[in-house]
Design a protein around this ligand. Sequence first.
Ligand SMILES: NC(=O)c1ccc[n+]([C@@H]2O[C@H](COP(=O)([O-])OP(=O)(O)OC[C@H]3O[C@@H](n4cnc5c(N)ncnc54)[C@H](OP(=O)(O)O)[C@@H]3O)[C@@H](O)[C@H]2O)c1
Length: 346
Amino acid sequence: MLGTGAVAGRFAEDLALVEGARLQAVASRAYARAEGFAARFRVPRAYESYERLVHDGEVDVVYVATPNDLHAEHCLIVIEAGKAVLCEKPFALNASEGRAIIECARRRGVFCMEAMWMRFSPALREVLELAREGAIGELRLLSAELGFSHKPDLCSRLFSRPGGGALLDLGVYPLSLAQALFGRPTRVASLATVHASGVDEQFGAVLEYPGGRQAIVAASVRSQLANAAAIHGTGGILQVAAPLYFPHRYRLVRVPTNRPMRRASRGAMARIRQQKWLRSLAEVRRLLRAGGVTRRAPGNGYASEAAEVVRCLRGGLLESPKMTLDDTLAVLESMDAIRQQWLQGS
Ligand SMILES: NC(=O)c1ccc[n+]([C@@H]2O[C@H](COP(=O)([O-])OP(=O)(O)OC[C@H]3O[C@@H](n4cnc5c(N)ncnc54)[C@H](OP(=O)(O)O)[C@@H]3O)[C@@H](O)[C@H]2O)c1
């Protein structure tokens, strides 16, 4: 465990639920913090520097849980020491940094994965499977958003550059979902509202994919958003309930493809049935009847991604087929393209 912050603690709790995983050592910039963390989570070894941790011969894989702007630096320390790495989201600040980490991992032949836990949510995995199997017909549009109402605090990582802002911290989730569903976009359009601190406090983007498919994504560090997603197809909608960062509920709504309305020719009942408001009431009832599906994950939600790391290491894999490095890089490239749009718009 490299870093002793909030997420590191939640992840440590979940490691206890993962067969084959053991929290062996923790490192902090300050020994007292490493020691405190070790006592809290019964970790055998505590280090006062990250360098010492990565040279511990009994450590197989290091989980990097430091601020966004330090991921590249810390991943490279781990990889250069010949250790596998699981790095918190966003994997890096931009595609160039991400590429450097990935190239280094491939050169050194070590396992590397972005800790994008959303992609390991059993509910979301089921949704993606249903979408790919054609449960809602031809896929046309994804809408996904993630945002929280934070007070602007220049000391918080959310509002300080270079790691803060809605895109890096939260936008990475809907973008990673879009990547999982549609792959690499061919075109991107975006606008952002920039806070006085220089970070994007809110942005919206439309991404286009081959065949005219689109993803509409938004994120905010100033406003509470619905934090849900919907995949729209020609035959229905897959609605993913909040929280998007690790969903555990979804609903499949099938809709018949529009047929031309039959003419009301037989009596009053037929005419009443043609009333718009009656039809929409029936639609609401039908939507309410279509029950949702719940798929709970153990612990805080981090056990599934940790189990995937164990599975990959045991199988000698250098990356996870469920969260590939190409996908991670493509998301970083989308983020670069989105930021480029803001510069063009200003
Ligand atoms: N997957 C998720 O659910 C999730 C949720 C929130 C955040 N995250 C991501 O996880 C990472 C950590 O987030 P967090 O909320 O846990 O942050 P945090 O509470 O601030 O912890 C970050 C840790 O990084 C270490 N660190 C090293 N250099 C630092 C520096 N210059 N300034 C501050 N801390 C430094 C610190 O540990 P020591 O001082 O002990 O070395 C600190 O405890 C971020 O990349 C964030 O985007 C993931």
